[in-house]
Design a protein around this ligand. Sequence first.
Ligand SMILES: [Fe+2]
Length: 200
Amino acid sequence: MSTRNLGRSTFGDPGNAGNLLTIEEAHTLLNDWVPNEKLRLHMKQVAANMKAWATEKEKADEQTALKWELAGLLHDADWEKYPDDHCRIIVEELERRNIDSDVIHCIASHGPKVFGVEPVNNMDKMIYAIDELSGFIHAVALIRPTLYDGLEVKSVMKRLKTPSFAAQVSREDITDALSRIDITLEELIQFIIDHQKTVV
Ligand SMILES: [Fe+2]
């Protein structure tokens, strides 16, 4: 049986600091690697949330915000074609391209229990928290006739307490991720609704 545990905790070369893909290059990679439009949308939504968090909450400069955005945009890039080796393939591709190690570590830590990589900095912790919740909130929006229009935090909270709804989303991971950051679940849900509703 394959394991997706990456078996290491350092990624990339610190000497590559500041070496980033452009957003256009990242979209090209995404389009090449991910035929599934819904999966691409998920990554674009996570990217929008990550970029917004970096600029609004962390007051990050443009280059740092680009790192957050790239990590969001590429975190599941290998999921569709290499499900058994998900994460390892994209991590190795970005290492081959000499990309900034912060971006690679962030991608590697977006599922600590699966990939065996602990989130270290705020970027790592936020991708872990945003990833599952973003997909969950989108699932809630999709069952509403008006999608995101009028979607309230309490509706998302109610669905979270319904184990059969989007059962593949780990409530345990969401709780674990939230325990590592200084924001309430309700606040993060509102933030995600506000920032991913216009992503198409
Ligand atoms: Fe994801």
